[in-house]
Design a protein around this ligand. Structure first.
Ligand SMILES: Nc1ncnc2c1ncn2[C@@H]1O[C@H](COP(=O)(O)OP(=O)(O)OP(=O)(O)O)[C@@H](O)[C@H]1O
Ligand SMILES: [Mg+2]
Length: 459
């Protein structure tokens, strides 16, 4: 209350009291004698002054603090928790003012805490790795988080306040919501969605929201992106199918020829030898398949302990080069080496030799006679660059990323003829990656391919 109003009230009280005294004076004075009149007037004036002091005292100690308290209470009602009332150091209204100030302080603390909790909850909700949607018992959307918008697009205004089935078209989601409401239990479902042209798999979990008196108040829907999990599951299934298939062929063949040999005792030595050769060849294939598989699983399980050393490239490549030269000349291939001298870096020499040999074998296998293969080793400040290039059949564009997958072969029949298992590049990629390096491929059909391996010098 401003000062002016307060003073007005004060003057009104004085005016009222003065009127009462004047009235008393008017009534009493004519009834008294002249000597008594002075005494009555004096008494009235003294009485008026005493009353004036009393009114002032009452005003200061009761009316003013109570008025101030009412104002503060009104401010608190409006939500202004900063409001405080004026507290006199003493006086009877002090307790009331004190209580109101304590109340205001508590309210302020509570509102700060509530705000903090609200913002913490918002932070958690918006940084969750899963999409979230809150639906009330009538099916209206009340809340969604940031991840949900990333998954399903659009903004919160396009969802909040709408019925869930109007904003989410998927039948599987409708089913989860309906069953959650019906059974009042956690329900799950799966949906697929295309995001930026990529197919994503989601698990939808619906949980009922039940209040203290066991009434259903709505449901929370949580969307988990399980695309990676699905991919791993599919890869595992593919892997098992591929391994079985790869093992089946040589085993069937070995068994078939062995049975024939046993049954046909009269068979000529020449045929026996032919069959035994096939059995030997197939069992060798089986052995290399099992060897590669074990190798791969060892690397994948991160059991592969690298024995890192300083590799002097010239010396390190010596034995592989001799082997390669021989293989290349068997196929009348030109072998061109461009190795920068005196390169050295840290790595596992045996494993990295495996990388070079695998790439070189591929280059030799997939290049027709009279072609050329190149081995280049270069370096920059941070990495060693190994390039294996050929003038062979090339790799079709759609296969370029897939050739690093286990068992993937562009031409199964051809690769099998060369004794390939389709595991070579998968192993190469793993070894390069445990060295924190990268491998890439460029190729032109019918012209040749080039594999580039980059290994950091320090890792
Ligand atoms: N230099 C290359 N030129 C053309 N195609 C290639 C080349 N290198 C790899 N490929 C293709 O990539 C596929 C996968 O190669 P990868 O080395 O993993 O298997 P593989 O050579 O068939 O068998 P292995 O496991 O015995 O090496 C090959 O089957 C082949 O189709
Ligand atoms: Mg190979």
């Amino acid at each position: 209350m401003d000062v002016k109003k307060r003073m007005n009230l004060f003057y009104r009280y004085i005016l009222m009291t003065a009127s009462v005294f004047i009235l008393i004076g008017i009534v009493i004075l004519p009834l008294t004698s002249e000597e008594e009149q002075f005494f009555v007037l004096f008494s009235l004036i003294i009485g008026f002054i005493i009353l004036l002091v009393l009114i002032y005292h009452m005003f200061e100690n009761y009316v003013r603090p109570i008025r101030a308290s009412i104002n503060v209470t009104n401010e608190l009602v409006k939500g202004n928790y900063n409001a405080r009332t004026y507290v006199k150091p003493h006086g009877e209204a002090q307790q009331l003012s004190n209580a109101i100030n304590v109340l205001a302080r508590n309210l302020q603390e509570m509102s700060i805490q509530e705000k903090m909790q609200g913002s913490q909850w918002k932070t958690v909700m918006n940084n969750m790795e899963s999409g979230l949607m809150l639906i009330d018992e009538r099916g209206y959307v009340h809340l969604i988080n940031r991840k949900f918008m990333q998954m399903f697009g659009k903004n919160s205004v396009d969802y909040i306040g709408f019925l869930y089935y109007d904003v989410l078209q998927d039948d599987a989601i409708h089913k989860v919501v309906q069953e959650t409401f019906l059974y009042e239990e956690k329900m799950t479902g799966n949906i697929t969605k295309s995001i930026n042209g990529e197919k994503h798999y989601f698990e939808v979990v619906g949980a009922p929201v039940i209040n203290d008196v066991k009434e259903l108040k709505g449901a929370v829907l949580v969307f988990h992106d399980i695309t990676d999990l699905k991919r791993v599951e599919e890869m595992r299934k593919d892997f098992v199918a591929n391994v079985s298939h790869e093992l089946k062929t040589p085993i069937t063949s070995i068994r078939g020829f062995a049975e024939t040999l046993l049954e046909d005792e009269m068979a000529e030595d020449e045929i026996k030898e032919q069959f035994l050769t096939i059995i030997l060849k197939e069992s060798t294939r089986l052995q290399s398949l099992v060897h590669d598989l074990l190798e791969l699983s060892k690397i994948e399980k991160e059991e592969m302990k690298l024995s890192t050393k300083l590799i002097e490239v010239d010396e390190w490549l010596q034995s592989s080069l001799t082997l390669m030269e021989q293989q290349a000349s068997n196929k009348s291939l030109q072998f061109i080496k461009e190795i920068k001298p005196n390169i050295s870096f840290h790595g596992d020499p045996d494993r990295l030799q495996q990388v070079v040999l695998n790439l070189m074998y591929n280059a030799i296998n997939y290049t027709a006679e009279e072609g050329s293969i190149f081995l280049r080793v270069d370096e920059n400040d941070n990495e060693v660059i190994i390039e294996v290039e050929d003038t062979g059949i090339g790799i079709p564009e759609e296969a370029r990323q897939r050739i690093f997958e286990r068992f993937y072969r562009v031409d199964r029949a051809r690769s099998r003829n060369t004794g390939g298992t389709g595991l070579g590049l998968a192993i190469v990629k793993h070894i390069v990656e445990v060295h924190q390096g990268t491998i890439s491929v460029s190729s032109e059909m019918g012209k040749g391919s080039c594999f580039i391996v980059k290994i950091p010098k320090k890792w």
